[in-house]
Design a protein around this ligand. Structure first.
Ligand code: SAM
Length: 190
């Protein structure tokens, strides 16, 4: 995702649902001015251990506390699926992007390549919650992870949402047999 978005030194990058800040750190390393936003303070507290220069903000990706046209790039890693209204979150990304700016999203897909669909479903439904539950002691979190992936929008639906909001040059790249997708779109200069 970071290679595709390719933030340049000095550019303002917004990392939505930044969590513990891994993507923010990668953008920092490229010299970008990064703002990491997450709704969870405990996640951001962990991010402070990794990031040195990013500004970390507690906030809601569906109602961003930033003025319009204030970022060159907006990225979101494994966050869109967690929003109560993905469309609202996407609209907010469009609003805060500068004209000519790009959005990059990394997200799981419920429809990976056909030949791995059955084993992947088995993995999501049984193996992942079992192992995740044993390691973390919180099986419920991994049951939620599985169902949030299975119930999420298909790639063609995410693309339709992005285009409907106004993004152009929308494209997607499949990773790991289509289990994860990078979505890219541009806010055209008018
Ligand atoms: C699976 S984590 C992803 C973290 C990080 N981007 C990564 O790739 O490692 C999802 C994050 O989304 C955050 N989140 C969920 N709903 C949110 C919202 N409405 N606004 C901002 N952050 C939200 C959660 O607190 C969590 O940190």
């Amino acid at each position: 995702l970071i290679e595709e978005i390719a933030p340049s030194p000095g550019e303002r990058v917004l990392d939505l649902c930044t969590g513990t800040g891994d993507l923010a750190v990668l953008c920092e390393k490229r010299g970008a001015q990064v703002v990491g936003l997450d709704i969870s303070l405990p996640m951001l507290k962990r991010a402070t251990r990794k990031t040195s220069r990013s500004l970390l903000v507690v906030g809601d990706a569906e109602n961003l506390p930033f003025s319009s046209q204030s970022f060159h790039r907006v990225i979101m890693g494994f966050g869109l699926r967690n929003l109560s209204c993905p469309r609202r979150g996407l609209k907010e990304t469009y609003r805060v992007l500068k004209p000519g700016g790009t959005l990059g999203i990394l997200e799981f897909s419920p429809s990976p390549s056909r030949w791995i669909r059955s084993p992947y479903r088995l993995y999501l439904k049984t193996i992942l919650p079992l192992i995740g539950g044993l390691v973390s002691g919180n099986r419920g979190a991994y049951d939620h992870l599985s169902s949030s992936i299975e119930e999420f929008l298909k790639p063609e639906e995410v693309i339709k949402e992005m285009e409907g909001i106004g993004f152009s040059r929308v494209r997607h790249l499949k990773l790991t047999m289509g289990t994860v997708i990078i979505y890219l779109g541009t806010k055209e200069e008018k």
